[in-house]
Design a protein around this ligand. Structure first.
Ligand SMILES: N[C@@H](CCC(=O)N[C@@H](CS)C(=O)NCC(=O)O)C(=O)O
Length: 254
């Protein structure tokens, strides 16, 4: 979303919510987004949640430069939906191979708060998403992210990345129309998977080249830059996993 806004040249004001202290489960944040998920935006006094809905909304308010081509609207919606469906797989790989927290990130008390706080409705309808989130964290508390879960998640990415790699064999960006929201959305996933140790360039050479091109764009480079201690911490985790033979490539058989 930040890259999308940067490409559109839109100024915005940031309000950071600390996931590490579960600020997203505070009463006030659940009052903004009853799902307790980031991101949310407030524009013209209205709250918007869900990245893909936010991006579609922002495109309608700030149409220039066009990042969701009119001609590919349905295709974009379908591919963004597919990307969103992989969010918990991305989270599983992130927690196991990137963040690797020493403690369970959500205590049973946190989950109790999560289950009862907030309106429980989205757009006036009963919303089940919090249940999905609670399931994820309960499974995590039970046994962390198991090899089996990690392998299944990595396979899903391998499959969609193979498809994207095929597309990029014939064109510079994921849509023939040029740079679009699809490139941004998949770039973010590829970036996180890279931090998890996924060998993008080795498995998907076209995607690897596309990634290198994208990461050099100033609007993107600025947003993915990590503070040095965080970068070093992630690199140390990868090195530790590698030394133990428990890195993503080994666990997922990539
Ligand atoms: N479908 C949602 C997924 C959002 C999501 O899962 N966001 C993560 C941060 S990237 C989050 O809020 N996690 C909550 C947590 O870790 O408790 C969207 O695209 O907005």
């Amino acid at each position: 979303m930040r890259i999308f806004l940067a490409l559109k040249g839109v100024d915005w004001e940031s309000h950071e919510i600390d996931l590490m202290t579960n600020e997203n489960l505070s009463d006030y944040y659940l009052g903004i987004n009853p799902r307790g998920l980031l991101p949310s935006i407030v524009h013209d006094g209205d709250v918007h949640i869900e990245s893909n809905d936010i991006l579609t909304y922002l495109e309608s308010v700030y149409p220039e430069p066009q990042l969701i081509p009119e001609s590919a609207r349905d295709k974009v919606a379908q591919l963004l939906k597919h990307e969103d469906e992989l969010h918990l797989d991305l989270r599983a790989l992130s927690f196991r191979f990137v963040f690797n927290p020493p403690h369970n990130p959500k205590s049973p008390e946190d989950l109790k708060v999560y289950a009862t706080a907030g309106s429980g409705t989205v757009n006036g309808k009963k919303d089940d998403r919090v249940g999905v989130e609670i399931d994820f964290w309960e499974t995590y508390a039970d046994g962390g992210i198991t090899d089996e879960v990690a392998k299944a998640a990595a396979e899903k990415f391998r499959s969609i990345f193979n498809e994207l790699d095929g597309i990029l064999g014939n064109q510079e960006y994921l849509l023939p129309e040029g740079l679009s929201v699809l490139d941004i959305a998949w770039f973010i996933y590829a970036n996180r998977l890279g931090l998890a140790g996924y060998p993008i360039g080795r498995l998907h050479p076209n995607l690897g080249k596309w990634y290198e091109l994208m990461e050099q764009m100033p609007e993107i480079a600025k947003e993915i830059e990590l503070p040095p201690p965080v970068r070093e911490n992630f690199a140390a985790t990868r090195a530790e996993h590698r030394a133990e033979g428990m890195h993503l490539e080994a666990v997922a058989g990539l």
